[in-house]
Write a protein that binds this ligand. Structure first.
Ligand SMILES: [Zn+2]
Length: 275
């Protein structure tokens, strides 16, 4: 089911982790951001689009994690993009014969059989520093930063007042830090929030990669909520955040939060107090 969140911008939500696929109407067809997740959901999306008489003219993956790199034959053969950094990571991670089996190990066992892997990660990197998605539709600004994953990008569609936030600014997931590729994941994430905030002057609707789209004062509220979480981690203060509390949408987020605390503690032990 497609839900309109702004003029010419619709969302198709997966049952897996409330993953949002964003459909943006252009002049000759639609752009899809992060199509996912299960095969039947991708086929449903393709059906909905063909009912609307729309063809897919481009795709974009916000970051190099499997749930944002999916595609389905029924969506056609449009070019699929990501940032240069995102595409380089994907190429690297998919470069050997065992890659897909390895990636499948990261998927929850109850959905692994339902995730179509054939077209996983077939994206082209846009040249480093590209500011707009190349397509025939409203201008879509790429705000690249180093939160959550290397080459992560948020997208701003100013004409439509929409921010597509990738895996930041979720109402049910706390900021998930990238420990693989960052010397200071908390500072990198805080910097990303500053960039996103600075690019969002004309935004009325925020669409996170997972969770509910938010309108009105939700954008600022979510920026403040992510920032407060990160500052508490940085300052080693007690985290009070509804997303890891007793009324959290997903109880496993508290476990992810605990692992982040452990990772940070290990890093502090290794690196000593900040100089
Ligand atoms: Zn994700």
């Amino acid at each position: 089911m497609l839900t309109q969140v702004a003029e010419g911008v619709l969302v198709h939500q997966s049952e897996f982790c409330q993953t949002n696929t964003v459909v943006v109407h252009g002049r000759a067809g639609v752009l899809l951001v992060d199509p996912g997740v299960r095969e039947d959901e991708l086929a449903c999306l393709a059906n909905d689009l063909s009912d609307l008489g729309q063809t897919v003219v481009a795709g974009f993956s916000t970051h190099p994690h499997w749930d944002h790199l999916l595609w389905h034959t029924s969506l056609g053969a449009a070019p699929r993009y990501g940032t240069a950094r995102c595409a380089a990571i994907v190429r690297d991670r998919l470069s050997d014969a065992g890659a897909k089996a390895r990636i499948a190990q990261f998927m929850p066992p109850d959905i692994v059989e339902q995730v179509p892997m054939d077209l996983l990660g077939l994206i082209s990197g846009l040249p480093a520093g590209t500011e707009q998605i190349p397509w025939d539709g409203p201008d879509i600004r790429i705000v690249e930063h180093q939160a959550h994953a290397p080459g992560h990008a948020a997208l701003v569609i100013e004409e439509r007042g929409v921010l597509i936030a990738g895996d930041t600014l979720s109402d049910m997931l706390v900021p998930l830090l990238d420990f693989s590729d960052s010397a200071d994941p908390i500072e990198d994430y805080l910097e990303a929030l500053r960039l996103i905030e600075g690019a969002s002057d004309h935004v009325d609707v925020v669409i996170p990669g997972h969770g509910s789209p938010g309108a009105g004062d939700q954008l600022q509220a979510r920026i403040d909520q992510d920032r407060a979480y990160l500052q508490a981690l940085r300052d080693e203060q007690v985290v009070s955040d509804v997303r890891v509390g007793p009324s959290a949408t997903y109880d496993w987020v508290a476990g992810v939060h605990e692992r982040q605390l452990q990772n940070l503690a290990r890093r502090r032990e290794r690196d000593g107090p900040p100089g």
